[in-house]
Design a protein around this ligand. Sequence first.
Ligand code: PMP
Length: 381
Amino acid sequence: EKQYLLLPGPTPVPPVVLRGLAKPMINHRGPEFKELFTELTEGLKEVFRTENDVIIFPSAGTGGMEAAVANFISPGEKVLVVSIGNFGDRFAEICRRFGAAVDKIDFPWGTAADADVLADRIKKDTKEEIKAVFVTHNETSTGVTNDLPKLRKALGDHPALFIVDSVSGLGAMELETDAWNLDVVVAGSQKSFMIPPGLSFVSVSKRAWDAAEKCTNARYYWDIMAARKYAEKGQTPYTPALPQLTGLAESIKMIKSEGLPNIITRHRRLRDMVRAGVRAMGLELLAADEVSSTAVTAVLAPPGIEADTIRSTLRERFNVVVAGGQNQLKNKIFRIGHLGYVRELDILAVLAALEMSLAVCGYQVNLGQGVRAAQEILLKS
Ligand code: PMP
């Protein structure tokens, strides 16, 4: 049965990537692997827009987040976590579990981080005790994107590392690792990279490598120093997830052929179509336009109708799968993912299904109005 999977991850996998996943195994200590490894790391660097090293872990995105804590923060050290939702909270929790002294700045869910608040907090740290600032690029739980260059600048010349979770951001929106001076950036396979879940990518700056060398925290599997040592030979320290890597090779080819600027423009257009369509149905959006994500849109359920009822109607009647709300937003919102292998006509289909589902749920909607608003955006672009 054809399903429309519009989650903010896992995202649909293109046929060419599926074929890439189905290749025979090769010797991960042999010459073919070295060639693949080199191709992948070079390709990832292009997507990350960096000359820094990019390490590939066979793990969920959270594994990459853990690596971004375990390698740079020693027990007892101070860190500052900027949270605008569920994934910012997760970064803080990982830091806590690794024994860091965590200071957290919380912004209301649905809003972006205020760079002035961060700048104030940094200015108060006159003894420069804060070792790292953790920031979420695209907060998947709310559909809000943080202004990374602004937040980075808020640090001034404070020496803290700037560590970014861009698991749902990279490849769906602009991210310039080097130009924006981002020390560590974490990304994952099951979002814009269009591969099944199971790989995380972590970029490491020169300053971050220096911190990793001094870090006293216990780590083995997640040790980026081991990864660096083996990368010199074109290998990984432990048996890699080979199917994922041959899939990644295909995904990188697709990304290069469409071109990053075009990909970013497409994601913006998909976001604009979703927002115009949903608004034309009379529904409200959680995020303001200025901070709205090009990867995922959070829609408030109308009064009197549960978000999860809309979701189950979408799934049962039309085989359209969207995500629900997390934590405090549970059953209040539903989230439409529009990143990766998603095209304009997929959005029109989903908006059409949403209008019909709303009608089934007893909400007054003029069929075709949301679709039309999105079509108009598409025609104008
Ligand atoms: N950070 C962000 C911003 C995410 O969107 C996700 C996945 N939704 C993660 C981290 C965690 O990724 P995973 O579920 O693969 O561990």
